[in-house]
Design a protein around this ligand. Structure first.
Ligand SMILES: Nc1ncnc2c1ncn2[C@@H]1O[C@H](COP(=O)(O)OP(=O)(O)O)[C@@H](O)[C@H]1O
Ligand SMILES: [Mg+2]
Length: 487
């Protein structure tokens, strides 16, 4: 289980999308459980059974050829019967596990989305989704269960038939005076030992189909190599924090077209480079490439002249403080959340980082200050507060490169301004890559990159772009008046 868990934790986003999180959740829990059950059966019955069988077979052979043959026919019938039933049942087990994935997915969706579901009175809609899957699951499970139920009568029928056949063959042998009654009775005793041990093995085989489906599902996870790999030899880095995109193109796995095309720019040490563009223009995709959540399709991303694929992921990520578009907090205290990147961080450092992110204002007002508990995924703080804690978390590790994906849009204008001023002072040596929606947020950046449909259509300072880039000018004019822009 921990093996599977380790593997999953190391997956890149591409692999997570391939399996889907809910399927991975079932695999880590339910599938592992199935295998555990089968293994327990294996250890309990499969080890004594062959020993008994071998001993009894040796004894039987000494008695009579005809009787041995009869027993062999009985065993062959038994194996054939159970194999047929299992062959029908195995595909059903596969279906069951897949439906369990979906069921987990819906349950998860219902729980995480409970506020939205309530707000839109969508309980019935969600319940229907759940019921549909639940009904199919019940149907398949009933079918598989009924099929498997055939096994027990088949076994009884063949076992009793065998005893009958043995008496019959025995009787003819006694009639022909080949052997005597005592020998026949002892043979039947022994042969029932053989059949019993085979049955024990077969009983185990009943559990096997389900376990083997589960085993395959887990093997699929274990066999998947993360697409993002560490280099064998890491290139040395004289890290100052310069980020360069060199003709970078990027396409999501399985997508039809590139989301980023031929992106080239450099962010020098300590510079602030801002990215602006409509939703869907590829800003988040671009920023995610820097932390190697995905690898580029074409071109290179360099940090201080070293291709990031020549760095260990640990090294790369220790250089970067990343605030994703959707800030995530974890259950634990405010302090734990800010110190996530370095649990040994002192309280003073945590407080300093919170101050830079303007999180101190509301943390001080919380009951237990920095020891206040954050609920799972941060449901007990507001969107803006969560965003500020995420900014504090990134700043706290004092990274050479700070990456903000639209982290300021959840802040009010005043706080937005203040956080950026704080960053200028506190993180003046860090290279800052900022994705933003507001012209106000990007205006004083050293360089602004304007994206349209994954292509760079403008690259320069606010002043330059107002003159040279119509797209930038349009965005600017939609937010500020000509006077404010000084046009
Ligand atoms: N995980 C993904 N798989 C496939 N396509 C994606 C994925 N994430 C985003 N996209 C696509 O990439 C494009 C750019 O998205 P994104 O980088 O999030 O834009 P922005 O952050 O500028 O709003 C969108 O058209 C979106 O459909
Ligand atoms: Mg985005």
């Amino acid at each position: 289980m921990s093996l599977v868990n380790d593997k999953v934790t190391n997956f890149s986003l591409a692999e997570l999308n391939k399996f889907s999180t809910e399927s991975l959740a079932t695999r880590v829990t339910n599938d592992v459980q199935q295998i555990r059950q089968a293994l327990m059966m294996l250890l309990r019955s499969a080890i004594p059974a062959p020993i008994t069988a071998v001993w009894a077979i040796i004894k039987i052979q000494a008695t009579s050829g005809e009787l041995t043959l009869t027993t062999a026919v009985g065993i062959v019938l038994l194996v054939a019967g159970i194999a047929t039933v299992s062959a029908i049942a195995i595909p059903q087990f596969k279906k069951i596990q897949n439906l369990l994935d979906k069921m987990n997915g819906i349950t998860q969706e219902n729980l995480t989305g409970i506020r939205v579901i309530r707000a839109y009175n969508a309980e019935d809609y969600q319940e229907k989704k759940f019921n549909d899957i639940n009904t199919s699951l019940t149907k398949v499970q009933l079918f598989a269960g009924r099929t498997m139920a055939f096994i027990s009568p088949i076994i009884t029928l063949i076992m009793n038939g065998l005893t009958l056949a043995l008496y019959w063959v025995g009787a003819t042998l006694i009639n022909a005076q080949v052997t005597d009654y005592a020998a026949i009775v002892s043979f039947i005793m022994l042969s029932s030992q053989v059949v019993m041990s085979f049955m024990m093995l077969l009983m185990m085989i009943i559990f096997w189909p389900r376990a083997s489906v589960s085993a395959n599902r887990i093997a699929a996870v274990l066999d998947t190599e993360g697409t993002i790999k560490d280099p064998k030899v890491e290139k040395p880095l004289n890290s100052v924090g310069e980020v360069t995109f060199d003709h970078v193109s990027f396409r999501y796995p399985d997508a039809q077209a590139d989301v980023l095309e031929d992106i080239t720019f450099t962010a020098k040490k300590g510079e602030t480079v801002a990215f602006i563009g409509a939703t869907g223009s590829g800003k988040s995709s671009l920023i995610n490439l820097v932390t190697r959540l995905y690898d580029v399709t074409k071109g290179r991303i360099l940090i201080d002249g070293v291709d990031i694929r020549d760095l260990k992921q640990k090294t790369l990520r220790s250089l970067i403080g990343f605030v994703p578009q959707k800030g995530i907090l974890f259950s634990g205290s405010v302090r734990d959340n800010i110190a996530l990147g370095n649990p040994k961080m002192s309280l003073a450092e945590v407080e300093k980082a919170a101050k830079v992110a303007c999180a101190d204002e509301f943390v001080d007002k919380m009951d237990k200050g920095y020891d206040s508990e954050i609920a799972q995924v941060g449901t007990n703080v507001s969107g803006g507060q969560r965003q500020r804690l995420c900014i504090a978390r990134a700043v706290a590790i004092k990274p050479q490169i700070l990456v903000f994906d639209d982290s300021f849009s959840a802040l009010d204008f005043k706080t937005d301004r203040k956080v950026r001023d704080n960053l200028k002072e506190y993180a003046k040596d860090s290279t800052k890559l900022i994705v933003a929606q507001r012209i106000g947020t990007v205006m004083d950046a050293d360089r602004i990159v304007v994206l349209v449909d994954g292509k760079v259509v403008g690259n320069g300072t606010h002043k330059e772009l107002l003159q040279s880039c119509p797209t930038y000018r349009d965005i600017a004019l939609s937010q500020l008046s000509k006077e404010e822009l000084g046009l």
